[in-house]
Design a protein around this ligand. Structure first.
Ligand code: NAP
Length: 395
């Protein structure tokens, strides 16, 4: 009975396979992507080829995904391909009786996935969606904070990253360039006063204090799925998501947008017809594949998340703050790939071993036990700190 990973050639998917085999001890793994050569190279780079079965699978081909689930007796699917494939893959899992997890549905797709809850409940299968760093770890931190409080009013999430190199290199996206450009071209939706509110692109500027070496950083509202689910599941009045981009990355992404690289309409160049977005994606995929074979020798790059849960405890104002910090690691690869790849591996392993089994479609904050999850992260040098601020009145 196996676990199937779709999009295993990606920046994240390859490390999810690594974690499932090396940390979770899963023995029966199928690693797949649309091109055998891509997934083979990714598995070769991580020296995993001998431990996994390789397959060429297009996640948009629902019939093929279902066929593989049946023939290979797949019990759990981890979808690490682009989020536009989530709904079709879920359909195959539902028909084939396999549990499902993914890296997130970028607000709109996430809500469509949650709408499938009753069908999955009736079928008796668990889907826990939106597992990565954010969405993923941050949702689970929000759930942990809500548990510490009697009632939670506001959850503010900030994601930031950077490096300590003396000469800052031009920004390299730590996640799919397609998603980066979605974030720079679509209005965000935040959960404010108990309802969804549209906000302008890069609106809601706020200075936030992150752990060193970031310190103070300007952060902006970004379209993401955390505000889509956390307000409702954790009964919070406000849930916001912001990114504090390093200056160089922000400049790079704004330049790509200004040059029209977010455009998905094909144009003719030198006899070939390709959209700027697909061309940029191909260049990015090549860069990811080239870099994976040479893991960083030093700790210089980091990912950081701050989750503030503000509410009441014993009738008094109280705040629970989580800081999640990951540095790149000479043995286990760069920070952004690790902290995003590990959560879906842990959850798929827990689904496979029936530790997560509630039938239906749920966001991470609803099914994942925070403390055991944080301990699993700690084993992989993804560090979660909790700070509780309580108030006392002497009158
Ligand atoms: N929750 C989080 O914290 C988080 C963080 C980062 C990224 N993400 C999301 O996760 C997804 C993947 O991100 P990434 O950074 O790993 O992107 P990526 O490096 O572009 O990888 C995605 C991989 O999926 C494969 N793929 C694309 N379409 C496919 C299809 N139809 N069938 C099967 N495989 C397909 C591609 O490989 P082939 O060309 O070989 O098929 C590609 O290597 C994105 O949607 C991104 O937004 C979430």
């Amino acid at each position: 009975m196996s676990i199937l990973i779709l999009g295993a050639s990606g920046q994240i998917g390859a490390y999810t396979v690594q974690d499932l085999t090396e940390f979770c001890g899963e023995k029966d793994i199928i690693a797949s992507s649309r091109k055998m050569s891509n997934v083979k190279k990714a598995m070769d780079d991580l020296r995993l080829t001998k431990n996994v079965k390789l397959m060429e699978i297009d996640a948009t081909d629902t019939a093929r995904v279902l066929d593989v689930i049946k023939k290979e007796k797949v019990e759990s699917v981890v979808n690490c391909a682009w989020y536009q494939t989530n709904l079709g893959v879920m359909d195959a899992c539902l028909k084939g009786g396999a549990t499902y997890t993914d890296l997130g549905g970028f607000f709109d797709t996430c809500l469509k996935q949650i709408d499938l809850h009753k069908k999955w409940k009736d079928a008796g299968i668990n889907a826990t969606i939106g597992l990565g760093s954010t969405p993923g770890m941050t949702n689970i931190a929000g759930a942990a904070g809500a548990k510490r409080l009697d009632s939670v009013d506001t959850i503010d999430i900030v994601c930031a990253w950077g490096n300590t190199l003396p000469v800052k290199e031009a920004g390299w996206p730590g996640y799919s360039i397609r998603t980066v450009l979605d974030e720079f071209t679509q209005e965000s939706v935040q959960w404010l006063n108990g309802k969804y509110e549209r906000q302008k692109i890069l609106g809601g500027e706020k200075e936030v204090l992150m752990p060193e070496p970031i310190g103070k950083v300007k952060s902006y509202y970004i379209k993401h799925s955390e505000p889509a689910t956390m307000g409702k599941y954790l009964k919070a009045k406000n849930v916001t998501f912001r990114i504090g981009f390093p200056y160089h990355d922000m400049a790079t992404f704004l330049t790509l947008r200004a040059l029209g690289f977010a455009d998905d309409k094909p144009m003719e160049v030198g006899g070939a017809k390709v959209s700027p977005l697909d061309y940029l994606t191909a260049m990015y995929q090549k860069g990811v594949a080239d870099a994976r074979g040479a893991p960083p020798k030093e700790k210089f790059e980091y990912d950081m998340f701050r989750i503030d849960c503000v509410g009441k405890k014993g009738g008094m104002p109280s705040t629970v703050t989580y800081f999640i910090v990951t540095w790149n690691d000479p043995e286990r690869g760069v920070s952004s790939a690790r902290d995003t790849a590990v959560p879906p591996a842990i959850v798929a392993h827990w689904q496979h071993t029936k530790r997560i089994k509630e039938p239906g479609v749920f966001p991470a904050e609803a099914t994942v036990e925070p403390e055991p999850f944080f301990k699993e992260l700690g084993k992989r040098k993804i560090l979660v700190d909790e700070q509780v601020t309580a108030s006392t009145k002497f009158y």
